[in-house]
Design a binder for this molecule. Sequence first.
Ligand SMILES: Nc1ncnc2c1ncn2[C@@H]1O[C@H](COP(=O)(O)OP(=O)(O)O)[C@@H](O)[C@H]1O
Ligand SMILES: [Mg+2]
Length: 233
Amino acid sequence: MAAGIAHEIRNPLNYINLTLDHMRSTLAPEDVQKRQLFGRLTDQLKKEVARINTRITEFLKYTRPATLNLRPIDLRAAVTDALSMVEVQAAENGIETRVEQRDDIPAVRGDAESLRSVFTNLIINGMQAIGGGGGKLTIRLSNGDGCARIEVTDTGRGIPPENINQIFEPFFSTKDTGTGLGLAIVRKAIEDHGGTISVRSTPGEGTTFTVELLSGGDFGGQMSDVSEAKTSI
Ligand SMILES: Nc1ncnc2c1ncn2[C@@H]1O[C@H](COP(=O)(O)OP(=O)(O)O)[C@@H](O)[C@H]1O
Ligand SMILES: [Mg+2]
């Protein structure tokens, strides 16, 4: 159903995109000023098309039944990797990022790509909550009872109490250009893993998302991969 609708939207989008390319290469006005404006406007249209496509991809990710490729995951490596993706943006906005690890964290059984999207979404939300005025984004790793705990804490604007029950709902967003799908995808991914996610927030002070994933299970023959990953940190 969702995939069918997505297809119905993507086809005309594709057509629009191709037509824009065609117009740009054959119909650009002679007049320099008009040509510049034409170039700028068609460029914007192509960007909007790309944005709709990205939203469709996100929406499909949310509706598709999960097919998890479960492997032992080194959480420290996974969160460090996710943080490195936003390094430049963080520096530009005066955001200090760090990973704190209290215990020796055993590997968890998880899907690398799915967990990457979980951490990336939480990190980007945290950075957006901090904004351009600087702040701190901290990821803490610790062991819980039979689980590994990942806490993502920001010193951002926080979440008003009246919103806190809605943030995981698909399409709930307080941002001008937000899709409202980030946390819905995050929650679904964590539940697909048999884990839990919770949030606590103080408006004006910041927010912490806590993810718990089952750890210490029997990874069978794959255990050797885990120790290799650990020594390479
Ligand atoms: N770290 C955070 N600090 C403050 N508000 C947050 C944070 N993370 C999520 N939110 C709130 O939850 C809403 C939904 O988040 P999300 O599902 O990722 O969608 P989006 O980022 O597209 O708005 C956000 O619009 C914001 O209001
Ligand atoms: Mg988001």
